[in-house]
Design a binder for this molecule. Structure first.
Ligand SMILES: Cc1cc2nc3c(=O)[nH]c(=O)nc-3n(C[C@H](O)[C@H](O)[C@H](O)COP(=O)(O)OP(=O)(O)OC[C@H]3O[C@@H](n4cnc5c(N)ncnc54)[C@H](O)[C@@H]3O)c2cc1C
Length: 437
């Protein structure tokens, strides 16, 4: 890693699908820009701690790194299918959503071919020297006109989980990171979203099946992902642009209201769990292999001589307790200012955040800061309250990268304007009738 004074046009921090998409789009323009993308991992990996064998994608495979904005780009999913000689076979399967392992294979294939990616480099912090961004890594320092943070979300571990042996109480995102055995043990799973459901399905179908499972969620039921057609139009660029123009209070309300469009559980997975429970209980005669605690929040986990006592508080009624050996927290991820940007001076950080602590992001995904306008910090997957429920999702990944690429290049290389849609998203200022959802 150079510690010299070469100035890069763009340093991308993190190489998950978000910055991989940007790198693929900028690769087409590589002669114009001097760029580097950095990731702490030794090679491309995608949520490896939760790469369960049966996990399926929740979006169509054409919503890949590039196709929605640049269908002839050499790093499309279709190009991957052809290069790996599986194009016809995938079509024969009739799948529109591929296994998550296959999406990772695709990203890894792309990461091995896209130029200017450097793995095994950790970014510690980004500072500002009055003229350029200074990107401090474990292997030296880089100077850049623009930085694009694509560091992903940080697993959220509730306070009840702290202070315990990480073999016994851990976040679901690390499930497969170390060898674990569940056979004969009592397991609690906390969280009724997609990850919680995937973990429970995995435990129920594993040869290493626990003696018992308690599955608790504060939600009133195991609620399905709403990907019905009209709701799916929340995941087109028109809606994200419209959303960005709404008042902050309304945006916060909508993110809550639209939660099940992004955080619900795939119906096929709910069916698979239900069928498995039926088979275990009715065909194999097992008694309650999984006890559901709907509308219950786990409040404390206390070590006892024989295990871990979990206490669950219902919305109404008395607390319930279950003794288990392992607690798996499928408790989601934190949004907000990416960690490497915490190194910026306090007044700059404060200027980027609204009263609620959420970062304020411009239409080109750059942070609203006081520095020179030709020096920008862009954020990928950190602005759900600015762009709506599609922000942490893969659906608009290519569109967001194309928007950032256009901004960095200074001209409209990619068409990121309106697309065909059934719903007209307009602000009340433009229209007699404002659609409100
Ligand atoms: C298990 C799981 C499954 C999902 N499945 C779907 C799905 O099917 N469909 C969908 O639309 N969405 C899905 N999502 C949501 C979202 O699409 C993914 O989280 C996606 O990976 C986000 O991409 P990203 O590039 O923003 O972040 P990440 O994939 O998290 O990548 C961030 C990268 O940054 C690197 N990094 C972080 N900090 C540093 C640093 N300081 N220095 C260097 N490198 C750093 C990390 O090593 C990592 O490689 C899923 C999320 C999870 C958790």
């Amino acid at each position: 890693m150079s510690t010299g004074h070469d100035v890069l046009d763009v340093v991308g921090i993190g190489i998950g699908p978000a910055n991989l998409s940007l790198a693929a789009l900028l690769a087409a323009e590589s002669s114009e820009l001097n760029v580097a993308f950095l990731d702490r991992k030794p090679h491309f990996g995608w949520h490896s701690g939760l790469m369960l064998p049966d996990a399926q994608m929740q979006v169509h495979y054409l919503k890949d790194l590039v196709t929605p904005v640049d269908p002839t780009n050499p790093f499309s999913f279709t190009a991957f299918l052809v290069a790996t000689k599986r194009f016809y076979r995938l079509l024969v399967t009739g799948r529109s959503k591929v296994p998550r392992r296959e999406f990772e294979q695709y990203c890894r294939w792309a990461a091995e071919r896209i130029p200017n990616l450097r793995f095994g480099v950790e970014v510690r912090e980004v500072t500002w020297n009055g003229e350029l961004f200074v990107v401090h890594t474990d292997q030296g320092v880089l100077h850049a006109r623009n930085v694009v943070s694509g560091t992903g979300l940080v697993p959220r571990l509730p306070s009840f989980a702290t202070g315990h042996d990480p073999q016994e109480v851990f976040h679901a995102s690390t499930l497969l990171d170390v060898p674990r055995t569940f056979a004969g043990r009592r397991v609690a799973v906390v969280g009724g979203g997609q990850s919680g459901a995937e973990v429970v399905h995995h435990l129920l179908t594993s040869p290493d099946r626990p003696a018992s499972i308690v599955w608790g969620t504060s939600r009133s039921n195991l609620l399905p992902l709403d990907d019905s057609p009209f709701v799916d139009e929340l995941f087109v660029p028109n809606y994200s642009r419209y959303f960005h123009g709404l008042p902050a209070k309304r945006r916060m309300e909508l993110v809550d209201e639209q939660k099940m469009a992004s955080d619900g559980v795939s119906v096929s997975l709910l069916e698979a769990i239900y069928h498995r429970l039926y088979d275990l209980e009715m065909l194999e005669g097992e008694e309650r292999p999984c006890r559901m605690l709907l509308g219950h929040s786990l409040t404390t986990v206390d070590k006892t001589p024989t295990g871990l006592l979990t206490r669950w508080m219902p919305g109404a009624g008395a607390e319930v307790g279950h003794e288990v050996d392992v607690v798996i927290c499928a408790t989601g991820y934190r949004h907000g200012l990416p960690r490497p940007l915490h190194g910026l001076p306090r007044h700059l950080r404060e200027a980027m955040c609204g009263d609620d602590g959420e970062i304020t992001v411009r239409p080109d995904f750059s942070l609203d800061w006081e520095g020179p306008q030709d020096r920008r910090m862009y954020v990928q997957n950190a602005a759900r309250h600015s762009f709506g429920v599609a922000d942490p999702n893969l659906s608009l990944l290519a569109w967001r990268s194309a928007t950032i690429a256009n901004s960095v290049l200074g001209y409209e290389r990619y068409d990121v304007g309106e697309v065909g849609a059934v719903l007209d998203w307009t602000s009340s200022a433009d229209s007699d009738v404002a659609l409100t959802f």
